[in-house]
Design a protein around this ligand. Structure first.
Ligand code: SAH
Length: 239
């Protein structure tokens, strides 16, 4: 019996005796790449029902079936934190999505700012990265990756959610995070930084807290990881 180290995200409901169909890609991965077959044990999660140990009952080239045996972990929701970031180069954008999924966020929102140079993103590819990250880090929840929206619209959608506005103009100040527990969003700008108009708009919002990330200007991907660390230690589930 394998010790069920392979973890797969599925959309299907999970529960005692529940059978779960595999997609073509999952069947290829499990039976082709990982050389598993009937009787193999796999851990499944779906962002709702926690993690379940399941056994392969059908294995084919284009699909397969698993049956849930027992719940191995309860659902662990990340804190109500969204990451808003301006997409940069492809590999660095992938990195940001992967790290955000590992470090614990509910939602990832690519935003188009004035100085954002990535014209488009491939939402489905980024979502697949978030799934893969959750599978490998032992998470039971996959953050949703939204389609890219303009900064103005993204801010409107935040409602009263507090914003940790990572402002490169604050470089050199101590990284202090004010604000209270509750729903939050982290905002990271593009390589070109925020425009003066955007900065003015953000500083004028009651819900926004401008924050420094230390004495050096960080690349956006580094800034995302640093900001997530700061937020998680002060207000999140690292405390
Ligand atoms: N080109 C800009 C820097 C952009 S860095 C300049 O030279 O000023 C990309 C993003 O990372 C910034 O928009 C900000 O959100 C974040 N960032 C990087 N370093 C930071 C710092 N020291 N303090 C706060 N935010 C920072």
């Amino acid at each position: 019996m394998s010790d069920a180290k392979i973890r797969l995200y599925v959309e299907h409901p999970l529960g005692q005796g529940q059978s779960v169909p595999l997609s073509r890609e999952q069947a290829h991965y499990l039976f082709g790449v990982m050389r598993q077959g009937i009787g193999a044990q796999v851990l499944l999660f779906n962002s709702r029902d926690g993690e379940w140990r399941a056994t392969v009952t059908e294995a084919g080239k284009r699909g397969g079936t698993l049956v849930c045996a027992e719940q191995t972990r309860a659902l662990q929701m990340p804190p109500d934190l969204w990451l808003l970031f301006a997409p940069i180069k492809k590999a660095r954008t992938d990195f940001i999505v992967e790290k955000a999924a590992e470090m614990g966020v509910r939602r990832i929102v690519p935003v188009q700012t004035e100085f954002t140079n990535a014209g488009r993103i491939q939402q489905s590819r980024l979502q697949a990265h978030a799934i893969e990250a959750a599978e490998q880090c032992g998470g039971t929840y996959v953050p949703e990756v939204a389609d890219m929206v303009r900064l103005d619209r993204a801010l409107a959608e935040l409602g009263r959610r507090q914003i940790m506005f990572c402002d490169e103009a604050m470089v050199g100040a101590s990284p202090i995070l004010h604000g209270t527990a509750g729903p939050w969003a982290i905002l990271i700008g593009p390589e070109g930084g925020f425009s003066e108009r955007e900065r003015k708009r953000l500083v004028g919002l009651d819900s926004a807290h401008a924050v420094s990330l230390g004495p050096r200007i960080l690349r956006a991907d580094t800034a995302a990881v640093a900001a997530l660390t700061l937020w998680q230690t002060h207000l999140g589930d690292w405390r």
